[in-house]
Ligand binder design. Structure first.
Ligand SMILES: O=C(O)CCC(=O)C(=O)O
Length: 274
């Protein structure tokens, strides 16, 4: 189900003017807070192309997918054969699904930002994220406080997750929440459960949980966050599926640990931005 539809990149001139002027500020904010939001970064044309492919592939549950029922997070269907059991949570391996995803993830303007945040040329991991995240009404689950470091095994933990909203994301439909600055938090071992979710009842977690912030996004907004940043998301009380595209990047001096899933799925070298 590949349309191989090209998604136009923002003009390179956009990189060299507005964006370039702000890169140092964006990087400073990113290092301070653990995230940065690039408002209206992806064009309507880009969002429309990605949304159309995502909806088509979601309707047919084109493999590989992750089902809500298999994760069992709060609000998920109890089993695949329960009501809502075929609700897809992620369309995985987005890079291989369509040229539109590859064009977006390797877009020079985006790579320029990611490189500035990482401080070196960027590579895209194919092992983790690399997906369309969905949040369905009724059967979409709540995601507890976690850091994306739980998904991967790299020499150094600091990857950048890039989350593109294909529609509005707000309190009604499972907005992402973050704890600004938590990418630098020092945790007691008992603050994480076996799946590396934050144990909210732990006394040492209270200071972290006092500083949460919802990150409402509009279609075309891009959230870049440090993989050590605690974030969570609620359920979707609207009547429309929420769709977001997520890719993760690491710096050229970093590498996945041999023999782990992070290494086995491989990565994509991206041209160094000017
Ligand atoms: O939309 C959500 O539920 C959050 C997803 C998320 O943070 C994750 O899967 O790592």
């Amino acid at each position: 189900m590949t349309t191989d539809q090209a998604v136009p990149a923002p003009a390179l001139s956009a990189v060299s003017t507005d964006l370039a002027a702000n890169l140092a500020d964006q990087a400073a904010n990113f290092h301070r807070d653990g995230y940065v939001v690039l408002r209206n970064f992806a064009s309507e044309q880009t969002c429309a192309a990605l949304e159309q492919i995502a909806r088509t592939q979601l309707a047919a549950a084109v493999a590989p997918v992750e089902y809500e029922a298999d994760l069992g997070y709060p609000g998920a269907p109890a089993a695949r054969d329960a009501a809502g059991g075929s609700t897809v949570r992620r369309l995985r391996q987005a890079w291989g699904r369509d040229r539109a995803f590859r064009d977006w993830a390797s877009n020079p303007a985006l790579v320029t930002v990611v490189q500035a945040l990482l401080g070196e040329p960027a590579r895209l991991t194919l092992a983790h994220h690399n997906c369309v995240m969905t949040k369905h009404p009724h059967f979409g689950s709540q995601t507890g406080w976690h850091r994306d470091t739980r998904y991967w095994s790299f020499a150094r933990p600091e990857l950048v997750t890039v989350w593109l909203a294909l529609g509005d994301e707000d309190e009604r439909n499972g907005v992402l929440r973050v704890i600004p600055g938590s990418h630098r938090a020092h945790l007691e071992p008992a603050q994480l459960d076996q799946a590396e979710f934050l144990v909210e009842a732990h006394p040492a977690s209270q200071a972290l949980l006092a500083g949460t912030a919802p990150l409402a996004l509009h279609r075309g907004d891009v959230l870049c966050f440090d993989s050590r940043l605690f974030h969570s998301a609620g359920r979707n009380a609207s009547n429309a599926v929420k769709l977001s595209v997520a890719f993760a990047y690491f710096g050229a001096s970093n590498h996945p640990i041999a023999g782990t899933r992070s290494a086995d799925f491989g990565s994509v070298e991206l041209p160094a931005a000017g």
